[in-house]
Design a protein around this ligand. Structure first.
Ligand code: ATP
Ligand code: MG
Length: 660
């Protein structure tokens, strides 16, 4: 297999948690540090508020609803006897004093305070009870207001924090995507042969989106969940350290389960990603090759293959569900176990009078809070896995160096001696796309400004490859390509490409208007200029036929017009650039003689006073060339003018005989 289209890349990825990766992400995050700082600050505040809610509940219960056990007013340190629950009232208020007098037999009076056992309360009059407990009501109202305020503030802070975080995530993602797009655009053609479109699309969309998620969920994990876990642990220990430690005995099980889950999940997540990449690639390939698929009735076969991929994806998905399906309920069960421990020991603590009811209620709420982030751990882990793998793949692309730009020459120091192209020469040039499979061998050629060189030869001889080397889409594997005596390997391609125009064998047109296709990146042109260029390139009759003339929008790749018409438009595109050198790779597909004549005429006008490389299949078009080069299997086997080669009665002569 020549290439496995990069699936290996997904398979071979090592441990995704690489600090190096995080470090590499840092430059993208750096500009937004202040935002992140604020976000973290808010998260900390929110966590504090979250932590305070059960505590407020505890206070309400212990202070105002069910009063704590009192061991006696005079001797609070008396621990030998278990005291009862009492309600304590302040006798300074006259109406309280009146009420206490009414039930004096139950009250235990000491100076300005009186207390009554909790179980006697039910025997008081409703009105009297309300009066006695007025203070507790007031306290409860106050606590409720605090509770409400905490919730409102928490809501506000949460909103602001979320907005900041999401905003930051989006701008980071935006920067990353632009970076990637810019980089991909500058990569050598080779890269695109190795990387199927579907995969690159996944990079720019999915993988970048994953970075956004990494960003938002990781920050919330580190600064919220971990913080919350430690906060809860601290509060629990301070409430009742024995019960807290008892609850923590399940933690080793949690960590053990998580670590098993982590290692299982990693393999499955990776498998899932490979499958998704395969599906994307297969799908985009089907779309690009839909004509071939339909022509050769590949639909059924294609369908079966796609079904297989899809099924494998489903199996991987189910495997993931199974792992999650065991992990999540297991954590849930541990949570319930802890809850029963709390109820059993906490309950007996209340009975024994060493724990307050409020503390138990708080304990239960904290324990619930404690298990939520632990359960989410699985999901967070999933996101982290995905994101890290995405980051790795993104950096793999960002690290693909543009092999065509030499470090010695940046865009800044364009060589000036390429202003006028005086001479193009190839010295012993050899080339292969794939190591070991020679496409061109020891080609030597010298072209002076103004000359017309024609290249002919059978299919697969290497004509298009020769043009690719002159345009520097590839660098030769041996020998040198020189412009004005300068090795173009050490020149930035833009230095000379701007002075050359290429009409490709299968011209690609963008899904834009004909006008924009011709004048892309040239800027505004007047209607007269447009008309002149359409006239010169023989495109006029074509644009006249199109419904909106030159403003007709073409379909993707220009597939809505014929290949001859596409070449005419690309000739117009070449004209618009007014190049010094023109490289023309004649279309191999069938072109009617009318269009062929139009192309021929346009080409002749274009070649006038310009250096030209013409690859031709219909030999009649190149009779007038200064020199004809005959390529066969990557070697120059003959060269000379038409008449010389005909006299020789060699390969060229035979080609001519066959065509006539
Ligand atoms: P045609 O007359 O059909 O256009 P050509 O002379 O232009 O043919 P090239 O396109 O230069 O031929 O191809 C020369 C050889 O290089 C062929 O054997 C072809 O299979 C091989 N080749 C072309 N492009 C690639 C590529 N991207 N990767 C690998 N091999 C390639
Ligand atoms: Mg070709």
């Amino acid at each position: 297999m020549r290439t496995d289209f990069g699936y290996f890349e997904e398979k071979k990825l090592g441990k995704p948690y690489d600090m190096k990766l995080l470090k590499r992400l840092y430059p993208f995050i750096r500009p937004y540090k202040p935002l992140i700082f604020w976000s973290i600050l808010l998260v900390v505040a929110i966590t504090f508020l979250d932590l305070s809610i059960p505590y407020v509940t505890k206070t309400a219960i212990d202070r105002y609803i069910v009063p704590q056990i009192d061991r006696g007013i005079n001797d609070p340190n008396n621990r030998t006897e278990i005291g009862g629950r009492y309600i304590q009232v302040d006798l300074t208020a006259p109406e309280i004093r009146e009420t206490v007098k009414k039930y004096y037999q139950w009250f235990d009076i000491n100076g300005d305070v009186a207390r009554i056992p909790y179980d006697k309360l039910s025997q008081l009059d409703r009105e009297d009870l309300t009066r006695l407990r007025r203070q507790d009501f007031a306290g409860l109202t106050f606590i409720s207001i605090i509770f409400l305020m905490i919730i409102l503030i928490n809501f506000g802070l949460n909103f602001v924090q979320r907005v900041i975080m999401e905003y930051t995530g989006h701008v980071v993602m935006h920067d990353l995507r632009m970076n990637l797009f810019e980089h991909i655009q500058s990569l050598p053609i080779e890269f695109f042969i190795r990387n199927p479109v579907g995969r690159l699309v996944t990079r720019v969309t999915n993988d970048v989106q994953n970075m956004h998620e990494l960003f938002t969920s990781i920050i919330s994990f580190i600064f919220k969940d971990l913080f919350l876990l430690f906060g809860i642990a601290a509060v629990l220990l301070s409430l009742n350290w024995k019960l807290a430690l008892l609850c923590f005995t399940v933690l080793p099980f949690v960590f053990y389960a998580s670590s098993i889950f982590a290692s299982r999940a990693r393999d499955v997540f990776r498998l899932l990603r490979v499958k998704i990449a395969e599906i994307n690639t297969r799908f985009s390939e089907t779309i690009s090759g839909i004509k071939v698929v339909q022509l050769f009735r590949h639909e059924k076969q294609n369908f079966l293959e796609f079904e297989k991929l899809n099924h494998e994806n489903y199996l991987a998905g189910m495997q993931q569900i199974r792992i999650l399906g065991i992990f999540l309920p297991f954590i849930e069960v541990l949570g319930v176990v802890v809850l029963s421990i709390v109820i059993l020991y906490g309950g007996s603590g209340i009975l024994a009078g060493v724990l307050s009811l409020g503390a138990l209620v708080a304990f239960i709420s904290y324990m619930k809070m404690f298990f939520r982030p632990i359960r989410d751990l699985a999901e967070k882990y999933n996101i982290l896995q995905n994101a890290m793998a995405s980051a790795e793949r993104l950096f793999l692309i960002l690290d693909t160096e543009d092999k065509l730009t030499h470090p010695l020459f940046s865009m800044a120091n364009k060589p000036n001696d390429l202003q006028m192209i005086e001479e193009i020469s190839l010295e012993d040039v050899s080339f292969s796309y794939i190591a070991g499979e020679m496409v061109l061998e020891k080609i030597s050629l010298n072209v002076r400004a103004g000359e017309t060189i024609a290249v002919v030869g059978p299919t697969g001889a290497g004509k298009t490859s020769l043009i690719n080397l002159i345009m520097r889409f590839y660098d030769p594997t041996g020998g040198r390509v020189l412009i004005n005596g300068r090795n173009i390997k050490y020149c930035p391609p833009s230095a000379f490409r701007a002075k050359m125009a290429l009409v490709m064998q299968e011209p690609f047109l963008f899904s834009e208007s004909v006008r924009n296709n011709i004048f892309r990146d040239i800027g505004d042109v007047s209607d007269q200029e447009l008309a002149a260029i359409l006239e010169a390139s023989n495109c006029k009759s074509l644009t006249d036929r199109l419904p909106q003339g030159p403003d007709t929008v073409l379909s993707e790749g220009g597939s809505s017009i014929s290949s001859g018409e596409r070449q005419l438009i690309s000739i117009a595109r070449a004209f618009a650039r007014n190049p010094q050198v023109i490289l023309f790779d004649e279309a191999t597909s069938y072109i009617d003689s009318q269009t062929e004549i139009q192309i021929q005429e346009a080409l002749e006008k274009l070649m006038k006073r310009r250096t030209a490389f013409i690859v031709a299949h219909r030999l009649s078009t190149i009779r007038k060339a200064d020199r004809i080069i005959v390529l066969n299997r990557g070697r120059i086997i003959e060269s000379g003018s038409h008449d010389e080669l005909m006299d020789k009665e060699g390969f060229y002569y035979q080609l001519n005989q066959i065509q006539n």
